[in-house]
Write a protein that binds this ligand. Structure first.
Ligand code: DC
Length: 224
């Protein structure tokens, strides 16, 4: 599977990487890995089962026993639809905590790498380019100002019918950024060979077209 192309899209929450990764996968006809959803699932099930977010052995035993199915419409865990649940604020917070734990990260590494299937994979996360797919031929690191990222998350949640205050969201995004960037394992940072894109004042279309240009010049798509 090592010859199956991978495009990694890393960056902080609200940078637009989820949207860009989904559009890119659709446009290229490639598979999509939303790795954040995996950490969210582990967190949501831990909360549900009362497993401490610091109990590495308990978290790993639980995570490795889950049947997780993610497609473009839904996230199902052991047959139960958790699509909405995993986007709620308490799960976002818990996901950032479980994601800082090395044994948890290690337990879902193989599952993530198994998503590399023909004709190609777009992988969205924090460490796709640095840890999970370090050999990917195209790595993108997408960033945006914290204010704009909070506003985007706010609108996203509002559109999904979830209510949350913008100020609270801004504070929690800042806190999560700090945790994701400063953690000892797989901290959020660009791979040395990643292309950096700041989407603060770019439209989704502009970012997508920039990434597609890069994919073309890397020989990953037909040069039409
Ligand atoms: O992208 P997201 O907001 O759905 O991610 C949820 C949490 O998981 C977030 O705190 C960062 C973490 N995460 C990670 O550590 N590594 C990844 N590859 C993806 C997400």
């Amino acid at each position: 599977m090592d010859d199956v192309p991978v495009i990694t899209i890393d960056g902080p929450g609200g940078s637009g990487k989820g949207t860009i990764a989904a559009l890119l996968a659709e446009q290229l006809g490639w598979h999509l890995l939303d790795s954040g959803a995996l950490y969210r699932v582990v967190a949501a099930v831990a909360l549900e089962r009362g497993i401490s977010l610091e109990d590495d052995a308990g978290l790993v035993a639980m995570a490795t026993g889950l049947q997780i199915r993610i497609d473009e419409h839904a996230v199902r865990v052991d047959g139960v639809d958790m699509t909405r649940r995993i986007r709620e604020e308490d799960v976002s917070e818990a996901a950032s905590r479980v994601a800082a734990r090395q044994p948890v990260r290690a337990s879902i590494l193989a599952l993530q790498r198994a998503q590399r299937r023909p004709p190609g994979l777009v992988a969205d996360g924090r460490d796709m380019g640095t840890v999970v797919f370090p050999q990917a031929p195209l790595k993108v690191y997408l960033d945006a100002s914290v204010q704009v990222r909070a506003e985007r998350r706010y609108n996203q949640l509002k559109n999904k019918g979830l209510s949350v205050s913008l100020a609270a969201l801004l504070a929690s995004i800042q806190e999560r950024d700090e945790r994701d960037k400063s953690r000892a394992v797989a901290p959020l940072r660009p791979a040395p060979d990643a292309i950096l894109i700041d989407s603060t004042s770019m439209s989704i279309e502009a970012v997508l077209s920039r990434v597609l240009d890069e994919a073309r010049s890397s020989g990953l798509t037909p040069s039409t």
